[in-house]
Design a protein around this ligand. Structure first.
Ligand SMILES: Nc1ncnc2c1ncn2[C@@H]1O[C@H](COP(=O)(O)OP(=O)(O)OP(=O)(O)O)[C@@H](O)[C@H]1O
Ligand SMILES: [Mg+2]
Length: 330
């Protein structure tokens, strides 16, 4: 008996999204395609220079939780917002999607986290994140019953940026493994991997983490190699199961000696890549926790990711269960 398919833990962030040209990124010193951490002063400066924007609930693991719920999976989320306007929006949106979310919000400062996301004409997203209330997430926010009742607990590598979230994750791992469950993480971002390479490798090699998600550049950063095939062989040895995404080339899933290659779906137009990796993880974990083959897990991931990149914002507006049924995947 389980209460949840997947418990997700991450930075609870509201995205503020606008389009911009390449020159804007250069002029403002924004690293393209990356998650840039910013302080409150820089947040104000960038917002002042930003064109007309739309707000949407986001955050990597939160997007994954919302995606799993949209597939009809049972999802829960831990993440810290503040009791302010954006925190209210975040809480409403994730609950309205059917995700169990009960982390106690912060009273007052710092405010709810926000990420200013600039989308260039090629569809690439460059994020500028002010962590705000997320810096307060800690072990006291771990609801043991939810962890123990979830088939898989999943967290974002981004949680190594705030000071105490890693303590929360170590506690989640302890509860999960005591209850015979599995732990999963995403490497999140190549610069994030650069900041915490040693700790991420230790999480994998100590089997604190069983299932790893990464994109190609994160995996290469982890092993400091330019060879994708070499990185794939190394990750095969370091964790039980890894799913590596390669944008329009789809994904490669490795488990021991097994290798499964899955195509991306054909898309009409690439609008905004925000959420691609998060929604791939959602489809994969929904498939995995409902006992499907690795190939089907990857195909569910490709579907959800392929849908989110054809729209602005990090969470697909379609019902993913219906989409998957129509595609013959469920
Ligand atoms: N151009 C594309 N066409 C079709 N599918 C795509 C394309 N780009 C990405 N995808 C889908 O999204 C999945 C994840 O993409 P990618 O490897 O770019 O992840 P990512 O870099 O973590 O994305 P992001 O961090 O922007 O959310 C791919 O495995 C693929 O299924
Ligand atoms: Mg990503």
């Amino acid at each position: 008996m389980t209460d949840y398919d997947v418990l997700c833990v991450g930075n609870a962030i509201v995205d503020i999204i606008a389009q911009c040209d390449e020159a804007f990124l250069k002029d403002h010193g924004i690293i393209k395609g990356a998650m840039n951490l910013i302080d409150v002063e820089r947040a104000e400066l960038l917002y002042g220079h930003m064109g007309p924007a739309i707000e949407a609930s986001g955050g990597s693991a939160g997007n994954t939780a919302a995606g799993i719920a949209s597939f009809g999976g049972r999802a829960a989320f831990f993440g810290k917002v503040s009791k302010d306007h954006l925190g209210g929006i975040y809480t409403h949106d994730i609950r309205a999607q059917g995700v169990a979310f009960d982390t106690v919000p912060l009273e007052g400062n710092p405010p709810t986290a926000r990420s200013m996301i600039f989308v260039t004409p090629d569809g690439e997203r460059s994020m500028n994140t002010y962590l705000g209330a997320c810096v307060e997430l800690g072990p006291e926010d771990v609801e043991a019953d939810k962890v123990r009742g979830a088939k898989v607990s999943y967290f974002e590598g981004y949680l190594w940026d705030p000071p105490r979230a890693k303590e929360a994750i170590r506690l989640v791992a302890q509860h999960a493994h005591e209850a015979g469950r599995q732990m999963s993480m995403t490497l999140s971002d190549p610069f994030c991997v650069d900041r915490y390479r040693g700790e991420f490798l230790e999480l994998m090699r100590s089997r604190t983490v069983d299932i790893v998600f990464a994109n190609e550049s994160e995996l290469k950063s982890l092993y400091q190699t330019e060879s994708f095939e070499q990185a794939l062989d190394l990750v095969r040895a370091d964790c039980r199961l890894a799913a590596v995404t390669r944008s329009e080339l789809g994904s490669v899933i490795v488990r021991g000696e097994e290798t499964v290659r899955v195509d991306a779906i054909d898309i009409a137009e690439l609008v905004d890549t925000t959420g691609a990796g998060d929604l791939y993880a959602a489809g994969f974990l929904f498939g995995y926790t409902s006992g499907r083959s690795l190939e089907d897990c990857g195909r569910l991931g490709s579907l959800a990711a392929g849908l989110v990149i054809q729209q602005i914002g990090p969470r697909p507006r379609q019902n993913l269960r219906q989409e998957a049924e129509q595609a013959g995947l469920l």
